[in-house]
Design a protein around this ligand. Structure first.
Ligand code: GLU
Length: 376
């Protein structure tokens, strides 16, 4: 069965060229077909996140800017005017099929600065748990660099990483990556599957396929997105978006290029906690809690003996046993001062002490065991 049909979470990137017709208005017919794709996947219990461009393209029309080149402030103004038109188009397409959606605007910082990343993740997770389909775009109003076509390729990969998606689909104006430019070279072949992004593959994107995908960021940014996704444990599929119901077509075997994941989303997340975050403090835990953590359980306040360092909610901390040996690293749910106040308390006593509770001190999902953690 197609991987897309079984993935629990799927991120689909939809570019401006698919959404906005030549007259500068939203492409209702295409949207209706795509909305049916989304509704079908949701009915199967899959969660779909849509990364949608189109704000600048729709805003041009609203502001009467025509097709001329725009300065950055003009693009930002167009995006501000067009974003509400974009959401309206999505609501009109998804609403009648019983799919409710929500607008999420992210900046690069939100996906790269950890505390903002955790907040964005919590919001998106909450939307998904409420059965809502997030429609995500870059927050163009606040970007300081040029709004580049293709940025949403990268954004969609960051979103896949953010939510631990198993599948990222980049709807494109080409069927996938070719060995040569198919418009010039009749012997050009589609590459159906890429196990690893090698320099040879990247050379294909930079050379023969450079012109392919003009208007949607080109093949190079798609492979860059695929690299981010692969490292996050997510498969990337590049396929033609223009056909009606492009996801149904994909499931039925339409031509595409799949770039395989290098790991699983859970392993990638744990590696991120274990390796790429500098710990801001340490929690010393008693033997019972140490054993529980080693068995993959959450760390409860009751088992914490001592708190060291100055950390905030969401920071990475080292968890060590009473002999001082590191057993795990994790993201803590309380700031240091509050963690110290609830040391040794039972979970139901936390609220009385702090006036709130965030649950376990470190949740099992946010724990990565040390590679050579002592097992006794
Ligand atoms: N965020 C921009 C928009 O909504 C487009 C960026 C892109 O297509 O990559 O118009």
């Amino acid at each position: 069965m197609s991987q897309i049909a079984v993935a629990r979470r799927v991120v689909v990137k939809v570019g401006s060229a698919l959404l906005v017709g030549p007259d500068g208005a939203a492409h209702g017919e295409w949207l209706a077909g795509f909305a049916a794709d989304v509704a079908r996947m949701r009915a199967r219990g899959q969660q779909v996140l849509i990364v949608s461009s189109g704000a600048v393209a729709l805003g041009r029309r609203r502001l009467g800017l025509g097709r001329r080149a725009l300065s950055l402030p003009e693009k930002q103004a167009a995006a501000a005017a067009g974003q509400s038109a974009l959401m309206r188009a999505w609501e009109e397409a998804l609403g009648p099929l019983g799919v409710s959606c929500a607008q999420v605007l992210l900046t690069r910082d939100d996906t790269e600065v950890r505390r903002r990343w955790l907040n964005a993740r919590a919001t998106v997770e909450t939307l998904l748990s409420l059965g809502v389909t997030p429609v995500i775009n870059e927050n163009d109003t606040v970007v300081t660099e040029e709004i580049r076509v293709g940025d949403n390729d990268r954004l969609s990969a960051r979103v896949a990483q953010l939510v631990g998606a198993e599948s990222l689909i980049l709807l494109s104006d080409v069927e996938g990556l070719y060995t040569a430019d198919p418009r010039r070279d009749p012997s050009a072949k589609l590459v159906p599957r890429i196990a690893r992004l090698t320099p040879e593959i990247e050379a294909m994107a930079g050379g023969a396929n450079a012109a392919a995908g003009v208007g949607t960021g080109g093949m190079a940014t798609k492979l860059e997105a695929a690299r981010i996704a692969s490292a996050a444990g997510c498969a990337t599929t590049i396929t033609l978006g223009e056909r009606p119901g492009p996801l149904a077509a994909l499931e039925a075997g339409a031509a595409c290029t799949v770039i395989e994941p290098a790991t699983t989303p859970a392993a990638a997340y744990k590696a991120w906690i274990a390796g790429s975050l500098a710990p801001a403090g340490a929690l010393t835990v008693d033997a019972g809690a140490a054993a529980a953590v080693r068995r993959g359980k959450s760390l409860l306040a009751a088992g914490v003996r001592a708190v060291d360092g100055r950390f905030d909610k969401g920071d990475a901390v080292v968890i060590r046993d009473e002999a001082g040996r590191e057993i795990a690293r994790g993201l803590v749910r309380y700031m240091a001062e509050h963690a110290a106040r609830i040391c040794g308390l039972k979970s139901d006593a936390i609220e009385a002490e702090l006036g709130y509770t965030s649950g376990p001190v470190v949740h099992a999902d946010d724990l990565a065991l040390a590679a050579h953690a002592p097992t006794h």
